[in-house]
Design a protein around this ligand. Structure first.
Ligand code: 6PG
Length: 223
């Protein structure tokens, strides 16, 4: 892994948005289209705010989450809601949102249809991930019910995931999809997450699921 420490969070968010915008522009130039997969949670909002104002050929960018919590968009815990409010506004409103949620009591009921939506946009051009202090990334939580399935080299694109730490049921991109991305960035802040990602390097993917992308990722960190 490549580890980049920034003097403060503001500089981190600006520099990361700049790298992502360049990689998306480069992909758009070369291929005419690009895909961008992003985390939910509390950390990435400022990166979304900056990116949404960047002049890119957003109309040819497909945006989708790394994972979604099984709640409707009326819930403050909806990652889709975060995307609509913070990324898919201003210039980036022209991007296409590929959904990771559809109204259904359980993710299993709509898994196939959601996976079909994602497949044409693989491999992911630019992957931005978050990480929890328990070393989960996307919704690959240590101890989750389907973690081993999601880590398999022949895993399907999407899997439902349930874990005590996750709260509600989740749906997540799986290890081969994440690891197959062309550019991989992990955004973390604070001393606890820095220690966690350093510890992950010496653990297995079952113990520290972030391992599945770590070797080829750039980790962006500020206190
Ligand atoms: C989610 C995320 C998840 C997130 C980490 C870090 O839906 O919760 O996609 O993988 O990136 O939990 O979350 P924070 O940024 O809130 O610490």
């Amino acid at each position: 892994m490549k580890f980049v420490a920034y003097p403060d969070r503001e500089l981190l968010m600006l520099a990361l948005a700049d790298v992502i915008a360049s990689e998306l522009a480069e992909t758009l130039n070369a291929q005419g289209r690009a895909s961008f997969s992003v985390p939910g949670g509390t950390t990435p909002g400022p990166v979304f705010d900056i990116l949404s104002g960047v002049g890119l050929d957003w109309a040819n960018v497909a945006v989708f989450l790394n994972d979604e919590r099984w709640v409707g968009e009326d819930s403050p815990r909806s990652n889709t809601r975060l995307l609509r409010e913070r990324l898919l506004v201003d210039k980036a409103a022209a991007a296409t949102l590929v959904p990771l949620y559809a109204e259904a009591a359980e993710p299993e009921a709509v898994l196939g249809a959601l996976a079909e939506g994602i497949e044409p946009h693989l491999p992911i051009s630019v992957l931005l991930l978050g990480m929890g202090t328990d070393m989960h990334t996307a919704s690959l939580f240590p101890g989750a019910d389907r973690l081993a399935d999601a880590l398999a080299s022949n895993a399907p694109v999407l899997l439902p995931m349930r874990a005590e730490a996750a709260g509600e049921p989740r749906i997540t991109l799986t290890a081969p999809v994440l690891a197959g991305a062309m550019h991989i960035h992990i955004l973390i802040t604070g001393a606890e997450k820095r220690a966690a990602i350093e510890a992950a390097a010496g653990l297995t993917a079952l113990e520290a699921p972030v391992r599945v992308v770590l070797d080829n990722a750039t980790v962006h960190w500020a206190e």
